[in-house]
Design a protein around this ligand. Structure first.
Ligand SMILES: [Cu+2]
Length: 301
């Protein structure tokens, strides 16, 4: 797969801005909302300092609550990934430092779990994650607006989950099933803090951004903007990101719960990730949104 990617690198270069943009989108997703831990769910904390990431060497497997705490002096982008069968944490760590262009090779070696972009100094963020069992990498780097550059300092930790300990799923308020290429989810969502359960049942990684449309703008305007921002007429973007909503990219088979809060109104949700199957086949990829992974939802009091 990597060889295919290399041979199509030039042809794929046009979608890189879109890919970089989706990382930017992931940065605005999922701001924290405080909530007490549900009972019966094991939990552990990952702490990032200026010099190191500390995580338990062995974490409880199954469904766990993971808290990521930033004890460093700068805002940090902190993400988790599952190391795929046949790959090593060292390979994943090396690729994670490669910036936007290493993302496609990285996808063949790691399955993304939630990332928190950024975690402010002194702050913490959390998610429920179905770790199942496996080997995991934590990656922390100084927060950047937009795509991460190659060569920035990354701090890493590796942990394993050998045994299913967490067998209780938190009670979700909103369930979102992500497939290639659609969201199965309610059309109407209650306003205020809600626990969203995201499951990736597709064959590709997926994400969800949540935006409110500018007056008179439609889904075509959002797709045109994401596809090629430079080709858009001057003026503000045709949409505005909803704070505290959506999910950054997660890998195939992953299941994650995040709490977020939306004000009443109408929102567009969508997945701007390029069609990786097309990339691996050496074809021009469309965004998942262009394949239909986009939807209007209504948030009601
Ligand atoms: Cu998608």
């Amino acid at each position: 797969m990597k060889a295919t990617y290399n041979s199509t690198q030039v042809r794929c270069s046009w979608w890189l801005p879109g890919l970089l943009l989706l990382i930017l989108l992931s940065l605005s997703a999922c701001q924290p909302v405080q909530a007490p831990a549900a009972s019966g769910i094991p939990e552990f904390t990952i702490v990032v300092s200026d010099a190191a990431v500390s995580a338990p060497a062995v974490a409880p497997g199954g469904i766990v609550r993971v808290t990521v705490k930033n004890d460093s002096s700068i805002p940090m982008d902190i993400g988790l990934a599952r190391v795929l069968e046949g790959s090593t944490p060292e390979e994943v760590i090396a690729l994670a430092q490669g910036g936007g262009e290493a993302i496609i090779p990285l996808l063949t070696k790691a399955s993304f779990l939630p990332s928190f972009n950024p975690v402010e100094p002194g702050a913490d963020r959390w998610a429920y994650i179905d770790l199942r069992t496996g080997v995991f990498v934590v990656d922390a780097a100084e927060h950047v607006e937009g795509a991460p550059g190659a060569g920035a300092l990354h701090l890493n930790a590796t942990f394993t989950a050998n045994e299913i300990v967490g067998t209780v799923a938190p009670q979700a308020d909103v369930t979102v099933e992500m497939v290639d290429f659609a969201y199965a989810m309610p059309d109407e969502i209650p306003a205020g803090p809600q626990l969203w359960e995201f499951t990736n049942n597709g064959d590709q990684w997926h994400m969800m951004f949540v935006v409110s449309l500018a007056e008179g703008a439609g889904v075509e305007d959002v797709m045109a903007f994401l596809g090629d921002p430079a080709a858009m007429p001057p003026g503000p973007p045709p949409f505005e990101f909803a704070p505290d909503a959506g999910i950054p990219p997660i890998g195939v088979g992953e299941r994650v719960w995040l709490e977020s809060s939306l004000a009443p109104g109408e929102y567009l949700v969508g997945c701007p990730i390029p069609d990786v199957a097309a990339i691996f086949a050496g074809e021009m990829p469309l965004m998942h949104m262009q394949h239909g992974m986009v939807k209007m939802i209504k948030v009601v009091e």
